[in-house]
Write a protein that binds this ligand. Structure first.
Ligand code: PEP
Ligand code: MN
Length: 368
């Protein structure tokens, strides 16, 4: 059971004390207090564990300071929506709102290679009014002899360039908990010119120790990728590890599923699950067309199949698109063949904005 307190009530309020002393009468019930940060406000929620059957929903709803009471019917205790349409979704980071209503494009390099490429990318983003990007410094590679990313060495200049070009959030994958410190140190040393959203890659979806470490820090939000070989339920439970450790600023990213079903695409696109994840959880949902579709196949109208996939995600209500671009894919050190080109950026952004508007008109049609 979750008790959502009125917005002005926190642990120091008189009503909070009264509510907890009422609950303390039930010895088999444990209380956990959580501060839930939405993009517009912060709320205190009390999670009641143990034998909650003896509690009366009506009685608790009537206590002063209680906004409403939710019976938890599903898993994902903190990140779950629990059939409550009013639950806060998302968060604000570095002045950017990420919620189940927002829409942001994270176009950028799969892997940071040269300063020149990073600069070309960021300059182009700025000239098109973009404030988010993706930049891989730590790359989890299938082959141990492949380029593993420039690691911490590149962080200071990547962050400085981001600051110069007005980038506010960089999605950056980490593969080991020590990299959290490396990123924090580089941000501090460069004077926080930008922000970082820690990306958990599909290969680490169930790396629970990494998830716990990322969850223990609350400064940097998380872009969590669905596991490519496990069920959605398992991936959502894994995301809950972050929240259970304290960090509920989590975005859930679909990136396709392994298997022959999607061939010749790199993976089977799973973007039909965007609305489902929004129904089950409070997380903003991201789609990654580059890693799901892979390659640069085009439909007869001349549109890249990855762009079609991104459009499908946005039209279904996705809140972010994570997409690979590169100024010169033939020399990219990772995933060049699936990268979009710089001169495709304006059309891509225009297409995604049109798709988001179309999604909003769909919502209006069904609200009638
Ligand atoms: C990536 O986004 O660079 C990446 C490696 O993606 P995934 O974890 O989905 O394979
Ligand atoms: Mn990649």
């Amino acid at each position: 059971m979750i008790i959502v307190l009125n917005p002005n009530i926190d642990a120091t309020s008189g009503s909070y004390q009264q509510i907890t002393s009422y609950l303390n009468r039930f010895s088999e019930v444990q209380i956990q207090s959580h501060q839930v940060q939405g993009h517009q406000q912060s709320l205190t929620e009390l999670y009641l564990l143990g034998n909650t059957k003896q509690l009366s929903l009506e009685e608790i709803s009537g206590l002063e300071g209680v906004d409403r009471v939710i019976r938890i019917s599903e898993e994902y205790r903190i990140l779950g929506r629990h059939q409550d349409q009013q639950r806060l979704t998302g968060f604000t980071y570095n002045d950017i709102e990420f919620s189940q209503d927002s829409c942001h494009i994270f176009a950028g390099l799969c892997a940071v290679d040269t300063r020149e490429h990073v600069e070309i990318m960021m300059r182009a983003l700025q000239s098109h009014g973009q404030v988010c990007t993706r930049m891989g410094a730590y790359k989890p590679r299938t082959n141990p002899y492949s380029f593993q990313g420039h690691g911490k060495e590149c962080l200071p200049w990547v962050f400085e360039l981001a600051g110069r070009f007005g980038i506010k959030v960089i999605a950056m994958e980490i593969t080991h908990e020590e990299q959290i410190d490396e990123i924090q140190t580089a941000l501090a040393k460069t004077g926080y010119p930008t922000g970082v959203m820690l990306q958990i890659g599909t290969r680490n979806t169930q790396n629970f120790e990494l998830l716990k470490a990322v969850g223990r820090q609350t400064e940097l939000p998380v872009l969590f990728k669905r596991g490519f070989g496990v069920s959605l339920n398992e991936s959502l439970n894994a995301a809950e590890y972050l929240a259970s450790e304290g960090n509920s600023r989590v975005i859930f990213c679909l990136r396709g599923m392994k298997g022959e079903g999607g061939a010749p695409h790199r993976n089977m696109v799973d973007f039909a699950q965007v609305p489902l994840i929004k129904r089950l959880t409070r997380m903003p949902v991201c789609v990654d067309p580059s890693h799901s579709v892979g390659g640069r196949g085009r439909s007869p109208e001349g549109i890249l199949e990855a762009v079609h996939a991104a459009a499908q995600g946005i039209v279904a209500g996705a809140n972010l698109v994570l997409v690979d671009f590169h100024p010169n894919p033939s020399v990219a050190l990772v995933d060049g063949p699936q990268a979009m080109l710089m001169d495709e950026l304006p059309q891509f952004l225009e297409d995604m904005a049109a798709c988001h508007e179309f999604y909003q008109s769909r919502v209006a049609i069904w609200a009638q």
